[in-house]
Design a protein around this ligand. Structure first.
Ligand SMILES: [Zn+2]
Length: 261
């Protein structure tokens, strides 16, 4: 018996929620021709052969909206994420804005709970949005995307399984610092799935629309070929000229990715 991390209800049967949905993970393994499970967990600084899970979700949430969101992510995988996009290629990315954003937020929330991350509090006001109860609650989060392109890894790093042709095949959740001149630093969440990188910016109620618009323009100017996804448009054109897969992996860009999980 315990409290569900999504609906807050007391649950007589608490179930396991996977950090990455099982069906999505099996798709990634197949797409990458990967034989063994490998999950790097920052909290332990170790690679695990077993997928991290969190046992704090009630059965109705797990078998209801969470399962539906995972199903939607699998559909997106089959339609978009399965393919490694080549540099300068343009793809039409079609998604249901709210389903995608709700799923990304729940992956970040899961990760935050697995790692007891400092930002776990940020998801509490967003739970009605993640659960699909209130679309309006999600307006405090902006969603951006861009495509990462295959690159060559530096010669000295081509060892221990690091190939020379470094393709964006991994999936990970992390943080990114982004500093807006005159406004300050914002800690964002990132979710990388193969060629696709998603960026989530969280705004507080006191941050006006002018602040948000300014953030948009600074972010889009700084992050190469990023676009903001919006509920009004289900299809966007993405040019595969964002970050190089190697740079993204190494987290060595100007707005350094401070943590990768
Ligand atoms: Zn629940």
């Amino acid at each position: 018996m315990g409290f569900c991390s999504y609906c807050g209800e007391t649950a007589f049967k608490i179930t396991k929620e996977h950090l990455w949905p099982t069906k999505l993970h099996s798709r990634l393994m197949t797409a990458n021709k990967q034989q063994e499970n490998a999950f790097w967990l920052r909290k332990l600084d170790a690679t695990l052969g077993v997928e991290p899970t969190i046992r704090d979700v009630c059965a109705p949430c797990n078998n209801g909206f969470l399962s539906n969101l995972d199903g939607y992510a699998c559909t997106l995988f089959d339609n978009s994420f399965s393919k490694i996009v080549q540099r300068y290629e343009t793809v039409k990315f079609v998604s249901d804005y709210h389903q995608l954003k709700r799923w990304l937020l729940k992956v970040c929330y899961n990760s935050a709970r697995v790692h007891t991350a400092f930002d776990v509090f940020a998801y509490q006001p967003l739970l009605p949005y993640i659960r699909g109860v209130s679309d309006a609650t999600g307006r405090s989060v902006h969603l951006y995307a861009h495509l990462t392109y295959p690159d060559t890894a530096p010669a000295e790093r081509v060892k221990d399984g690091v190939p020379r042709l470094f393709e964006p095949t991994s999936n990970r959740v992390g943080f990114m610092n982004f500093t807006v001149p005159g406004v300050g630093r914002k800690v964002m969440r990132t979710v990388h799935i193969r060629s696709y990188s998603f960026f989530l910016a969280f705004f507080e109620p006191k941050e006006t629309s002018a602040v948000r618009t300014d953030f948009d323009s600074q972010f889009l100017a700084e992050i190469p070929n990023a676009v903001r996804l919006r509920p009004s448009s289900s299809a966007v054109s993405l040019v595969c000229d964002g970050w190089s897969a190697w740079d993204s992996f190494e987290g060595s860009r100007v707005n350094q990715i401070v943590v990768e999980e």
